[in-house]
Design a protein around this ligand. Structure first.
Ligand code: PMP
Length: 335
């Protein structure tokens, strides 16, 4: 039987649909489009980074079947590494802050990763999850994925996410918006799209408690006040993946407007998403407000609400965090 037309799961990362967000498009007079990264095999945009990092390590002779990959992650990169890792014959050890959603932590265990939970510590602290992963790699001889500073991460977005968006919009995209965890998604996609059309605007949507708005608007990382419950985003330093990228606009997005968008999408459009997707969409709306109608604005729908049912989709939990799921989205002034 000829099987060459059929491929395993590691060949089905990416090529995700581009979905029109009807209500946000109508309210802004722009086409607001979301790249459905939650439809990747491991359920998030980070499957791309996982695949890119593994492929680059294989090409450099740093990974061989049976090897162990170790990574510090908010969860999604660990899920991607474990899914792609199983398909290619690697085991994974995942170091994750205990503050991340229980759904992600238990999913990682179910998938077969060895999971090490650690207390949440700032990057400057040696107990930070990334440093724990790096030290494990050093002492055990494991491969450290190093998603924050390994540019194989942004390179796969340059090679796949950017070209897919360009083709799906037939080059009509006028702005690309993304929040930042490692910066791989924003930087890699922005670098490609700017090469195709330097006039296309690149936009950072930053949660409170992060320093990227400060970095792109003022050139320092001093402003990182406030806080956010969003998982997987919120960066306080310029990672290697972010170096040299041109970002034209940046907005600070509070959790409530992002949550209001998420519930509106769930109730009116059948889309069930995590909070970083809401922050991205709020950033797209802020850009549309600033520039005016007629734009084609693309952003990322990073992962599914399934991973956050005990938090974002739990009324009691939301109330204890002063968040309201029932605020109606009537106008873009609400964002
Ligand atoms: N959203 C979620 C849910 C994530 O897990 C991540 C990655 N940590 C991102 C957004 C940000 O992606 P990137 O690391 O490419 O900046």
């Amino acid at each position: 039987m000829n099987t060459t037309r059929y491929y395993g799961v590691e060949h089905h990362v990416g090529n995700t649909p581009l979905i029109r967000l009807r209500r946000l498009s109508e309210l802004t007079g722009c086409e607001i489009l979301g790249k459905a990264e939650f439809m990747n095999p491991g359920g998030s945009v980070k499957d791309r980074a996982a695949l890119g990092i593994i492929q680059a390590a294989e090409a450099a002779g740093k990974l061989h079947p049976g090897d162990t990959i170790v990574e510090g992650t908010a969860g999604n990169t660990g899920i991607g590494l474990t899914v792609v890792g199983h398909a290619k014959g690697y085991r994974t050890v995942i170091v994750i802050p205990e503050t991340q959603s229980p759904e992600k932590i238990s999913l990682l265990r179910t998938l077969g990763a060895e999971v090490i939970t650690v207390a949440e510590k700032p990057y400057s602290d040696p107990g930070n999850y990334n440093h724990v992963a790096r030290r494990l790699a050093e002492t055990k001889g494991w491969f450290w994925a190093n998603q924050f500073d390994n540019v194989a991460n942004r390179l796969i977005h340059y090679r796949t996410t950017g070209p897919e968006i360009w083709a799906q919009t037939k080059g009509e995209i006028t702005a690309f918006v993304s929040a930042i965890g490692t910066g791989g998604t924003l930087a890699g996609t922005a670098l490609y799209l700017k090469e195709r059309n330097p006039a296309m605007a690149t936009v950072c949507a930053d949660p409170y408690g992060a320093a990227m708005w400060s970095w792109f608007t003022r050139g320092d990382t001093e402003v990182k006040d406030g806080d956010s419950i969003a998982e997987g985003i919120g960066q306080n330093r310029v990672t290697k993946n972010l170096e040299g990228v041109v970002i034209d606009h940046a907005y600070r997005i509070a959790d409530q407007p992002a949550l209001t968008i998420l519930y509106d999408l769930l109730r009116q459009e059948g889309l069930f998403l995590g909070l970083s997707s809401g922050i991205n969409l709020a950033g797209a709306v802020r850009y549309a407000q600033a520039i005016g109608p007629g734009q084609t604005i693309v952003t990322i729908l990073c992962d599914s609400g399934l991973k956050y049912q005990s938090k974002l989709y739990n009324a009691t939990w939301l109330k204890s965090h002063d968040l309201d799921p029932d605020l109606c989205l009537k106008s873009i002034k609400d964002i």
